[in-house]
Write a protein that binds this ligand. Structure first.
Ligand code: HEC
Ligand code: HEC
Length: 376
């Protein structure tokens, strides 16, 4: 029954494609978002400019690791779409990493975070995992005296001023709540919606190559877009559904390998299911998949045609030409403006709050109390 339905649908696609073949046009689906679409934020953590700036400073600060050597940006590098070029990366103390580092573009829209954590549903919660987590150890504050990181930041010259400016309603308190709230606000500012593909979807017919246009049509036809859905290219960014619905199995894991969603649910049918990754800037983030075992983009595409899973969408075939077209399409998701945007780069050394005379005046009292705290 299902295969009859699928065959029927395929012929509709073929008919549509035949019509579009002479000059591929952007699929007439939902209207495409503007390049400057703002990301959503929770009502209890509004993204103010000063909070985003504080989060940026924290993101690039090695002091967030126990020995001061590893920042979020050590692993999440802007020029790689906020991923890195390794299969996995060891934590600050050499503890082996377990999973491939994820990109962070448009992470604000994700309903669940990480490859295997349906319960990790806010950026505020997620940020605690690298800082304090044990599986694996990354930045190493887990098990250390409570408040050690907050104290370290309080002892510096700039952070107390920045926290007061960013969190006036909390009296500028520096604790794991405000640290993770600021990190989350910065990450919500990481919006990538101006790749050549976006410009094509918004009407610039010359923005991408003919090959990429054919790849974009194939991306629909081969149902890639049913999992890598919408403008963020993942069903994990679609609202109104259970987090588990964005977890899919490309292959059954070998014994002793990462079982993905099953680690959390303990259900055997969840073995090998991972959250659909977004595909923004994916050409910059090799190697691929949850384990980083796939070296190239074309092999990452081919992996979906290996017939490893039981999903009918993963039982299709594709020739080398089609794979090349899909890769050309994926390359058109590289947003040069995003990966070179100065607002997302390592912040300058000086303290940004001092420069703001109005803010300095407003914070006069609080700062006087802290003037004795001189740090590195
Ligand atoms: C040692 C390398 C490393 C460091 C340091 C690190 N991360 Fe990650 N990050 C990873 C890995 C690996 C994953 C995937 C983890 C998983 O799926 O279990 C990840 C996943 C994420 C995700 C989820 C993205 C998504 O699409 O779901 C976010 C958000 C994130 N990291 C933010 C941060 C922040 C904020 C910091 C600093 C406080 C940080 N990371 C520090 C390696 C790192
Ligand atoms: C049934 C849902 C599903 C479909 C359909 C699907 N994907 Fe995926 N895709 C995933 C999942 C899940 C992963 C991660 C798997 C893993 O890590 O083991 C993934 C990974 C990827 C990656 C690697 C991304 C990274 O950052 O590591 C690329 C590239 C990709 N898919 C492209 C495609 C293309 C092109 C198609 C169509 C031919 C497609 N996908 C169809 C679910 C899907």
């Amino acid at each position: 029954m299902r295969s009859v339905l699928l065959t029927g649908l395929t012929s509709v696609y073929v008919a549509l494609l035949a019509g579009a073949c002479a000059q591929p046009v952007a699929p007439a689906m939902e209207p495409w978002p503007a390049a400057d679409m703002a990301a959503p934020f929770p009502t209890d953590n509004p993204s103010t400019p000063i909070k985003i700036e504080l989060g940026r400073r924290l993101f690039y600060d090695g002091d967030l690791s126990w020995d001061g050597t590893m920042s979020c940006a050590t692993c999440h590098q802007q020029d790689r779409g906020f991923a890195d070029s390794n299969k996995t990366r060891a934590g600050f103390d050499g503890t082996a990493g377990e999973r491939n580092i994820q990109t962070l573009a448009n992470v604000a829209w994700m309903q669940s975070l990480t490859w295997g954590g349906p319960h990790v549903d806010t950026l505020e919660h997620q940020a605690l995992i690298p800082i304090e987590g044990f599986v694996p150890v990354e930045m190493g504050f887990g098990g250390k005296p409570e408040g050690a990181l907050a104290q370290r930041l309080s002892d510096q010259a700039c952070y107390p001023q920045m926290f007061r400016a960013a969190f006036p309603e909390r009296g500028g308190k520096i604790d794991m709540d405000t640290i993770t709230m600021a990190l989350a606000a910065f990450q919500r500012s990481l919006v990538s919606l101006d790749a050549p593909y976006d410009r094509w979807r918004r009407g610039d017919v010359a923005a991408i190559s003919e090959e990429a246009k054919r790849g974009a049509a194939l991306f629909e036809e081969k149902k890639c877009s049913s999992c890598h859905a919408g403008p963020h290219f993942t069903d994990a960014a679609l609202g109104g559904r259970k987090a588990e619905e964005s977890f899919h199995r490309l292959a059954v894991p070998k014994d002793g390998k990462d079982s993905g969603l099953m680690r959390i649910t303990q259900k055997t049918e969840d073995a090998g299911r991972f959250r659909t990754p977004g595909l923004r800037n994916v050409a910059l983030s090799a190697p691929y998949m949850h384990d980083g075992e796939v070296a190239t983009l074309s092999d990452a595409v081919r992996r979906h045609f290996a017939g490893g899973g039981d999903d009918p969408r993963l039982q299709q075939t594709a020739g080398d030409g089609e794979v090349a077209q899909l890769v050309a399409f994926l390359e058109s998701l590289t947003d040069e403006g995003f990966v070179t945007d100065a607002r997302f780069s390592r912040p300058p050394a000086g303290c940004p709050v001092k420069a703001d005379a109005a803010l300095v005046a407003a914070e006069e009292n609080g700062r006087r109390q802290h003037n004795s705290l001189e740090g590195p």
